[in-house]
Design a protein around this ligand. Structure first.
Ligand code: PEP
Length: 258
């Protein structure tokens, strides 16, 4: 993982309104600055609800924070009669660098299929956003020992038709569904097994050089107390953090895993 810039990304899910968001982001920034955090070594991103993006963007711009901004989803369409959806271009104009695509909660509660996820990956690139593509197996699949097969099928489907010139910048987040929000964290070996398989599949689909440069994150009940052992694994380049990213002191401690 040494040659790739680590990324610690906080997915707030549907938590913190735009007023609370300004408090959390400033506390996060103060804490990281106070510790003289090296943002070039460990990139830190916050991924708030859509309605918070403007307030957070204002702080990031106005205060020259080095934090990156991301969104939790985007529409596969450019614009038009899609009530309630958010276009990639809107996110880009609000200063987003990243957009989460295919989170298991979207797949589950909004019936997002692999095809929908693939169309969102394409929409992200079209609008100059870097997708954080989430893949991961449910508990039944893990119990049958078919986690690698399951995750690689999701990966191939999401990258269908994506050229190397785009795929080289993708971020993949391996998030076993049974470890999300459950307090049940995968062992570092579990994380490494699947993250290495993802990298291997990227080498098959594209080439070894591309695979070597892509960042593969782990997500699922990451906390300051377990992040270091997961980050020590060779093919784990960062973490997508849900619950623990809502507390700025805890999230800063996760970003300071080294
Ligand atoms: C997530 O939803 O991306 C996640 C990893 O959540 P948590 O850290 O709360 O398990």
């Amino acid at each position: 993982a040494d040659k790739r810039t680590a990324l610690i990304a906080g997915n707030w899910k549907m938590n913190l309104d735009h007023l609370q968001a300004t408090v959390v982001v400033q506390k996060l920034d103060w804490t990281l600055r106070d510790k003289r955090h090296d943002f070039e070594a460990v990139e830190v991103a916050v991924i708030p609800p859509f309605t918070d993006l403007r307030s957070v963007q204002t702080l990031i711009d106005g205060d020259k924070l080095k934090l990156k901004l991301g969104a939790q989803d985007l529409s596969p369409h450019d614009e038009g009669a899609y009530t309630g959806d958010i276009a990639g271009v809107f996110l880009r104009k609000l200063g987003c660098t990243y957009v989460v695509v295919g989170h298991s909660e979207r797949r589950e509660h909004h019936q997002e299929t692999d095809e929908v996820v693939a169309s969102k990956v394409k929409a992200a690139y079209k609008n100059d956003l870097t997708p954080i593509l989430c893949v991961g197996e449910p508990l039944e699949v893990r119990k049958e020992g078919r986690q690698v097969e399951h995750v690689l099928a999701q990966l191939r489907a999401a990258l269908d038709g994506v050229p190397a010139s785009q795929a080289e910048s993708i971020v993949i987040a391996y998030e076993p569904v049974w470890a999300i929000g459950t307090g049940e964290v995968a062992t570092p070996q579990d994380a490494q097994e699947v993250c290495a398989a993802i990298r291997g599949e990227l080498a098959n689909l594209y080439d070894a050089k591309l695979a070597d440069g892509v960042r593969v994150l782990y997500g699922g009940s990451v906390k300051s107390g377990n992040v270091a052992s997961i980050m020590a694994e060779q093919d784990v380049d960062g973490a997508l953090v849900g619950g623990a990213s809502l507390d700025p002191a805890e999230f800063a401690a996760i970003a300071r895993f080294q």
